[in-house]
Design a protein around this ligand. Structure first.
Ligand code: UTP
Length: 297
């Protein structure tokens, strides 16, 4: 088996119901943080980690996503005519070369595990990354790059892990930790969305994974015996149950849950403040808001 991670799956076939009515016609992944769609942050992170093949698992109504990565000859020509080199450069970074990107359809939203399984023929016998674009991670060294580096020393499946308050465990996949070594934890199992009293830890899995091809075989097995949703967590937990290594990786960085409205708003403010040209004006506005709020109390 090859050890280098060069392929990434981006499951983007979900319905995005938490953002209705917007997601009736706009794919969630196209929604913008400041001036870039969520998917662009995910692609940039993947590139920084050495990913060369980008596999999108899409669904009906996601055409805007495919267009986003296409070249825009008319627009580019106009910008060239007007000598707008900076904007041209920004556009260039969104283009994907032919053959670099593949789209697979998930015909029915049958869960994240099923979405990943849909890409099985493009993966073959090598490890691969999975990136959920609605988890946006601000980090000095991009999260997936941290994980790819860690993976070279710790083969097996690796999931990004983050401490969450006990009261929030029911929103995440939670790790059952065998041994805690700080940045790494070795995992003996995973539980999907447990209530606080049933949670084996408060270490939650978030949307970055490096998986061995065996996980695809596990998904095959799960799919054969299931009529409903297929969880990726179950296929990874099977690896641990059968004695193969599964590691949690405590990444450094701040994660925003852009699949939720509150998380998306927080990310917007945070990424806005991180932009030099916007920082002062936005800060002033926020301070004014706080003032008004205090005065009203
Ligand atoms: P979510 O749980 O956020 O679901 O999926 P969702 O449909 O996108 O959004 P809500 O909950 O209805 O608002 C997590 C990730 O898994 C993908 C989603 O596109 C998202 O990136 N997914 C989920 C699929 O690709 N297929 C599925 O069947 C389910």
């Amino acid at each position: 088996m090859k050890n280098k991670v060069t392929k990434a799956i981006f499951p983007v076939a979900g319905l995005g119901t938490r953002f209705l009515p917007a997601t009736k016609s706009v794919p969630k992944e196209i929604m913008t943080l400041v001036d870039r769609p969520l998917i662009q942050y995910a692609i940039d992170e993947a590139r920084a980690a050495g990913i060369k093949e980008f596999i999108f698992v899409t669904s009906r109504g996601k055409g805007a996503l495919e267009d986003y990565f296409d070249h825009a000859p008319v627009l580019e020509q106009e910008l060239r005519k007007k000598n707008k080199t900076e904007l041209l450069e920004i556009l260039k970074n969104t283009n994907m070369d032919s053959g670099e990107i593949a789209y697979i359809r998930q015909h029915k939203a049958m869960g994240l595990g099923h979405a990943v399984w849909c890409a099985r023929r493009l993966i073959g016998n090598e490890p691969f990354a999975v990136i959920l674009p609605d988890d946006v991670i601000a980090a000095e060294k991009p999260c997936l790059q941290q994980m790819v580096e860690a993976f070279q020393e710790n083969p097996g499946c690796m999931v990004a892990a983050m401490e969450v308050p006990r009261t929030k465990t029911s929103s995440y996949g939670i790790l059952d930790v065998a041994e805690d070594m700080g940045t790494h934890v070795s995992v003996r199992g995973m539980v999907e969305k447990p209530e606080a009293d049933a949670a084996p830890s408060n270490l939650a899995v978030i949307g970055r994974y490096i998986l061995t091809p065996n996980v695809m075989r596990n998904l095959n097995r799960i799919k054969a015996g299931s009529g409903g949703e297929i969880q990726l967590t179950d296929a990874i937990a099977m690896e641990a149950a059968e004695g193969r290594p599964v590691n949690g990786y405590r990444f450094s960085g701040q994660r925003f849950d852009c699949g939720s409205k509150a998380g998306f708003l927080q990310a917007t403010v945070s990424f806005g403040l991180a932009r030099e040209e916007l920082r002062d004006g936005l800060m002033e506005y926020l301070q004014d808001l706080l003032h008004v709020d205090k005065a009203a109390q």
